[in-house]
Design a protein around this ligand. Structure first.
Ligand SMILES: [Zn+2]
Length: 681
C-alpha cells in the first residue's frame, strides 16, 4: 500500500474533525441544520488553515445521501460512507467543481465555467463550485461571475477561497457570506500533531513538536508536511535535535541559557554561551530576536503568570526564570535587545554586536556591575553647590573598603558636586533585591574605617575626599544623619566620623546588621559597587517596620539624607522640623527665615520621596518659629561639621610631629585651613 502523506491522510472529513475554526464551524452547522444556506461563501485565511477542507466538508454535507435523496436530507454530519461522501473524499465527485483561479484567470475560462452553471447536477443534490485563490481572477472574469453570483440557480453553491480578500472587488464581497479562518496557534498545532503521531505510532519529543508548530507559522497543512519531512529525516521518529537540524532553527535552550547567565549577572558565562552558540554558526540576529521574544514572555510571566503561552513547551522554565529578574530588568533588557537588534546591521560583526548587546544589558542593569557613580536624578542636579563636605566624608571609608575587596568602582566623589551622594544611594541600595551573584561585603572590612583609619593628614589612598575635614567656611548642609551613631562609635579621628555617619542615616540597617551596615549605608558613590547591594538587602526587609509607625523628629533627621532630595526642595526640607505625624498627614514646621522657598512643588517632591520610602503622607508645611532645642537637618549638619572640624584640629594639635614643628620652628596651626584629604582619583 502506497504511503499517504499525513496532510492528506489526516485531512478532516467532517466538521467534527476540523481543528480550530470553531466560529466558522458553528455558523455553518447551524445554517445546515436549519436549512438556511447562503448560495455563496467566501473563506479567507492564510494557506493551510483549512479553506478547501472546509469547502469539501460543506460539499459533502450538501450531497450526503445517508438520510435520503431529497433536499431535506442535507446534514451537518455527513456519513462519509455513502457514494457521494466517498466520491468527494476521493476527489472524483463530478458535481464538486474545483477551480484554481490562479491558473484560470482569463475571462474565457470563467465563461466556460459559468456556461455549465445552469445545468442541473449530474450525480448529487447540489453543484458546488469551489474557486480557490479567487483573488487571482481578472477583472473581466469577476464581471462575468457577478451576475451568476448574485442569483445562481437553486441547485448551485459557490465556495470561494482566498488568502487575499483585499484584492476582491467589493461587488463580489458583498454577494458572499464571508468567513475568516484563523491561523493555527502553535498550541493547536502541537495538540493536533500529538494526536496524529500517537495514532500513527511515531515516537516523538514534545519539544520537537513545538519547533514544528512554530515553523508551520499558522498553517496546519505546513505543520503536517513538515512532520512528514521530520519523520523521514529522523528515520521514523520525531526528535528535537533532528527537527532543529532540519528546520535550521536555533535550539531554543541556548536562549534560555543566555537568560540564565543574565539572571546570574555572570558576564563570563554569557560570553561562554555566545561562544558555544557561535560554533553552530547561527543567525545572530535570530538569536537576539528569540531573546527579545523570550523577554516579552518573561514580562508576561511576571505580571500575569497564567497568561504565559507554552509556545516553546518551556512554560515552567520561564516561570522559574521570571522570578529571578525584577520587572525593571526585564523591561530594560527588552529595550536594549530591540535597540541592539536595530543596530546590528551597522555592526561590523554580528557576533560582536550580540555580545555587546548582552553586555550592555548587564552594564546598564540597575545596581549591576561596578559603576563609578550613580547618575544624579534630574531633581538632584540642581543641588550641586550645597554639600561638598559630606560627600567627601562619607565616600572615603566605603570606597576604601570596596577597593580592598577588589570590587570598588573608582568613584571620584567630586566633592563640589555632592549631588551624586547618598541621597540616591542609600534609598536605592536598601530597596534593591538581593543579587545572589554579588559577593557580600565582609563584615570585618566594615569595621576598619572606624578603627584603623590614619589620621586625617596622612594621605588617604585614593579615596579621601578633599572635603573631609570640616571647613568652617563651607556650608555643611547635609550632615544631619551623623549625630546618633557618631557618638556611639566614639570616633577617634575625624575620619572615623564619616563611617559612623553612614550607619546613622538608616537606623534599621544599623540595628539589624551592625557590621555590614556601616559599610553599606555610607551609600555615597561607592554604595553602588557590586558588593554593596547584598549587604543592604538584608537590612531591607527589617527596615519595613520602621516605616510603618509615625515619623518623629529623630526619624526625620535620620531619614533626611536617604530621601534623596535635591536642590531647593532639599534646602526647604533641611530647614524643617517635624511638628507631628499621624501616619497620614505629616506636619513640618519651616524656619521663617526660609519661608520664601515654601512652594507646593517642593512639598510634592518631599511627599514623593517619603512615599518611595514606604511613608505615604500628605505634607503640611507651616511657617513658624522653630522650637528651641530642636535641630533641623541643616542645623544638625552644621553642628556635626563644626564638631568634626574641632576634632580634626585637636587631633592635629595633639600630634607629636606637629608639636615638634611648633616647638622647633615656632610654627602656628591655622585652624581654618584644616581640610580633609581628598581621594586622589
Ligand atoms: Zn454520506
Amino acid at each position: 500500500m502506497s504511503y499517504q502523506v499525513l496532510a492528506r491522510k489526516w485531512r478532516p472529513r467532517t466538521f467534527h474533525e476540523l481543528v480550530g475554526q470553531d466560529h466558522v464551524r458553528r455558523a455553518l452547522v447551524n445554517a445546515l441544520d436549519q436549512g438556511r444556506l447562503h448560495h455563496a461563501y467566501l473563506f479567507t485565511g492564510t494557506r493551510g488553515v483549512g479553506k478547501t477542507t472546509l469547502a469539501r466538508i460543506l460539499a459533502k454535507c450538501l450531497n450526503c445521501t445517508a438520510k435520503g435523496e431529497g433536499d431535506e436530507a442535507v446534514t451537518s454530519t455527513p456519513c462519509g460512507t455513502c457514494e457521494a461522501c466517498r466520491a468527494i473524499d476521493e476527489g472524483r465527485f463530478v458535481d464538486l467543481i474545483e477551480v484554481d483561479a490562479a491558473s484560470r484567470t482569463k475571462v474565457e475560462d470563467t465563461r466556460e465555467l459559468l456556461d455549465n452553471v445552469q445545468y442541473a447536477p449530474t450525480q448529487g443534490r447540489y453543484k458546488v463550485y469551489l474557486i480557490d485563490e479567487v483573488h487571482m481572477l481578472s477583472t473581466h472574469s469577476f464581471n462575468a461571475l457577478l451576475k451568476t453570483l448574485e442569483e445562481p440557480p437553486p441547485h448551485v453553491k459557490f465556495l470561494l477561497a482566498t488568502t487575499d480578500p483585499q484584492k476582491l472587488p467589493v461587488t463580489v464581497l458583498s454577494r458572499c457570506l464571508q468567513f475568516t479562518l484563523k491561523n493555527m496557534p502553535p498550541e493547536r498545532v502541537v495538540e493536533h500533531l500529538t494526536q496524529v503521531l500517537t495514532a500513527e505510532r511515531v515516537a516523538f519529543d514534545e519539544s520537537a513538536l513545538w519547533l514544528l508548530g512554530k515553523a508551520a507559522d499558522g498553517s496546519m497543512r505546513d505543520a503536517m508536511s513538515l512532520t512528514d519531512q521530520a519523520i523521514a529525516f529522523g528515520q521514523g521518529e520525531v526528535r528535537h535535535g533532528d527537527v532543529a537540524a532540519m528546520l535550521g532553527t536555533l535550539d531554543h535552550r541556548h536562549v534560555l541559557a543566555l537568560l540564565e547567565a543574565l539572571a546570574e549577572v555572570d558576564a563570563a558565562q554569557l560570553l561562554a554561551e555566545v561562544a558555544s552558540l557561535a560554533e553552530q554558526g547561527p543567525d545572530f540576529a535570530g538569536v537576539l530576536d528569540d531573546l527579545v521574544g523570550v523577554l516579552h514572555r518573561l514580562a508576561v510571566a511576571q505580571m500575569v503568570p497564567a497568561g504565559v503561552s507554552n509556545a516553546h513547551g518551556d512554560r515552567e522554565a520561564l516561570l522559574a526564570l521570571a522570578a529571578r529578574f525584577t520587572a525593571e530588568d526585564i523591561q530594560l533588557y527588552y529595550q536594549i535587545g530591540l535597540q541592539g537588534r536595530a543596530d546590528m546591521g551597522q555592526a561590523p560583526d554580528p557576533r560582536a554586536a550580540l555580545e555587546m548587546t548582552l553586555l550592555r544589558m548587564l552594564a546598564f542593569r540597575p545596581q549591576g556591575v561596578p559603576r563609578p557613580a550613580q547618575t544624579p536624578l534630574p531633581l538632584r542636579a540642581e543641588v550641586a553647590p550645597s554639600q561638598p563636605m559630606n560627600a567627601g566624608n562619607e565616600a572615603s571609608p566605603a570606597t576604601d573598603i570596596a577597593r580592598d575587596n577588589g570590587e570598588a568602582a573608582p568613584t571620584p566623589p567630586s566633592p563640589p558636586a555632592p549631588a551624586a551622594r547618598e541621597p540616591e544611594a542609600s534609598p536605592q541600595v536598601a530597596a534593591e533585591p538581593p543579587r545572589a551573584a554579588v559577593p557580600a561585603p565582609r563584615p570585618e572590612a566594615a569595621t576598619e574605617p572606624a578603627s584603623q583609619e590614619p589620621p586625617p593628614w596622612e594621605p588617604y589612598p585614593e579615596t579621601m575626599p578633599e572635603a573631609l575635614a570640616p571647613e568652617p567656611e563651607v556650608p555643611k548642609p547635609e550632615t544631619p544623619e551623623a549625630v546618633p551613631t557618631a557618638e556611639a562609635l566614639k570616633p577617634e579621628t575625624p575620619e572615623a566620623t564619616p563611617a559612623a555617619e553612614m550607619a546613622a542615616p538608616e537606623p534599621p540597617v544599623a540595628a539589624e546588621a551592625s557590621a555590614e551596615s556601616s559599610v553599606v549605608t555610607p551609600a555615597s558613590p561607592v554604595a553602588e559597587a557590586p558588593d554593596a547591594p547584598p549587604a543592604a538587602m538584608a537590612p531591607a526587609s527589617p527596615q519595613a517596620p520602621s516605616t510603618s509607625g509615625p515619623l518623629d523628629q529623630a526619624d526625620w533627621l535620620n531619614r533626611f539624607e536617604s530621601l534623596g532630595l535635591g536642590g531647593l526642595t532639599r534646602n526647604l526640607a533641611a530647614h524643617c522640623v517635624v511638628e507631628g505625624d499621624d501616619g497620614q498627614t505629616l506636619r513640618l514646621r519651616l524656619d521663617p527665615s526660609q519661608s520664601a522657598m515654601n512652594a507646593e512643588v517642593h512639598h510634592q517632591r518631599i511627599q514623593a520621596a517619603l512615599a518611595a520610602q514606604g511613608l505615604p503622607r500628605r505634607l503640611v508645611v507651616e511657617v513658624a518659629e522653630l522650637p528651641t532645642g530642636v535641630e533641623t537637618p541643616q542645623a544638625r549638619a552644621e553642628r556635626l561639621a563644626a564638631e568634626r572640624h574641632a576634632e580634626a584640629v585637636a587631633a592635629l594639635k595633639a600630634d607629636p610631629r606637629v608639636q615638634q614643628l611648633q616647638e622647633t620652628f615656632g610654627a602656628r596651626l591655622q585652624e581654618s585651613s584644616v581640610t580633609p584629604q581628598t581621594p586622589t582619583s
